[in-house]
Design a protein around this ligand. Structure first.
Ligand code: HEM
Ligand SMILES: CC(C)=CCC/C(C)=C/CC/C(C)=C/COP(=O)(O)OP(=O)(O)O
Length: 320
């Protein structure tokens, strides 16, 4: 399938509704933001269990609200900076700032207010460390990762740092300090992103090339691009297995989680191995299927892993 015919839910949503609210919902990247919130909630939940307090409190609400506000703000700032390149790519062309439905000043002011306001809210209602970490996450995403997309394919590695911080933020909101279980959650998220994004990079290779965005998949010739993309995806999918087991080595989860994490990580690895078939004939349009499958498995893997962690940690930590 050519990129010109590629449609995404995001584009459809923007086409359906040109109301300001509809435009804001695209600006705030709702699917990515929802997953960010889920990972932050996971870190918060485990941190509360470690302390022995109920996770279901006003503190949970403050943490979720603060992280959500900053995530939405940083999404708006990212789209303000990328309005020109977003306009060039079918996947993102309908975004409100790319189409000038939301002006530059509007997007920047909204993005700044939400990013700094949300971080201040977190600092006031959770703790200074969580507010600072969240602000650092947004700053790294907007001022380092975003401009690097046009400069080097290393941007994916750099972007994986802010991408992995939300569960650690959840942990610090509950505990007030950075501790090994929070770092283990950071590591899980960090590693998870590579097969996730290698699939996306391949799916939208033509888009990225059009806009001059550098990712592993945009290398030339296409054979090198396929090999480089697959090598990264496989390396991190294998690494995912020990890293996903880390919470059990740290005794915040027990064997039931370890078994679930192992099975899920094998499932992620199998999807990545299937994806590796793109190297056989990189130009085959059928390759999109295995890339799409890997993307789907990546977004199923994470909630299931966090759920297994939360369920097992509860019994495990209460029994200790
Ligand atoms: C280097 C890091 C990452 C990059 C470059 C990246 C990039 C992307 C892109 C471009 C999409 C859009 C795909 C589409 O429209 O079909 C996407 C989808 C998504 N991303 Fe990521 N992402 C990264 C990390 C993360 C993180 C840390 C999370 C959340 C914890 C996340 C969660 C999601 C979700 C939930 C979707 C929607 C998938 C779907 O619609 O099926 N991503 N990502
Ligand atoms: C708490 C907090 C501030 C969280 C921020 C969320 C965050 C840093 C996510 C990082 C993951 C990431 C790089 C996603 C999208 O890529 P992209 O922006 O390149 O996607 P696009 O091509 O759709 O614009």
């Amino acid at each position: 399938m050519s990129t010109a015919t590629t449609s995404s839910t995001e584009t459809n949503a923007a086409e359906r509704s040109h109301s300001l609210l509809g435009d804001y919902s695209v600006l705030f990247k709702p699917r990515v933001s929802a997953m960010v919130l889920l990972t932050a909630a996971g870190g918060f939940y485990l941190g509360c269990l470690r302390t022995g307090i109920s996770p279901f409190s006003m503190l949970l609400l403050h943490t979720m609200l603060g992280v959500a506000i900053v995530t939405c703000g940083s999404g708006a700032l990212n789209q303000a900076l990328e309005r020109a390149t977003d306009r060039m790519m079918p996947r993102t062309a309908a975004r409100p700032m790319a189409q000038h439905r939301i002006g530059l000043a509007h997007g920047l002011i909204l993005g700044f207010l939400l990013t700094f306001g949300g971080a201040a809210y977190l600092a006031l209602y959770t703790n200074l460390l969580s507010g600072t970490l969240t602000l650092l996450t947004a700053v790294a995403y907007v001022t380092i990762y975003t401009p690097l997309k046009r400069i080097t394919s290393l941007n994916t590695f750099i972007g994986a740092f802010p991408g992995a911080l939300p569960p650690l933020i959840g942990w610090t909101a509950a505990r007030g300090v950075i501790e090994w279980p929070g770092i283990a959650l950071f590591a899980i998220l960090f590693v998870w992103q590579f097969p996730h994004f290698m699939a996306i990079g391949w799916l939208y290779r033509a888009d990225y090339k059009l806009a001059g965005i550098r990712v592993a998949a945009t290398q030339d010739p296409i054979e090198d691009a396929a090999r480089g993309t697959v090598a990264q995806a496989l390396f991190y999918a294998v690494l995912m297995i020990p890293v996903a087991l880390w919470p059990t080595f740290l005794h915040i989860t027990g064997w039931p989680y370890a078994i679930a994490a192992f099975a899920l990580s094998i499932y992620y690895l199998v999807a990545t191995i299937r994806f590796a078939s793109i190297t056989k004939n990189p130009n085959d349009p059928e390759n999109r299927k295995v890339a799409r499958q890997l993307l789907r498995v990546s977004v199923i893997y994470l909630p299931l892993l966090l759920m297994a962690m939360a369920l097992n940690a509860q019994g495990h930590l209460l029994l200790r």
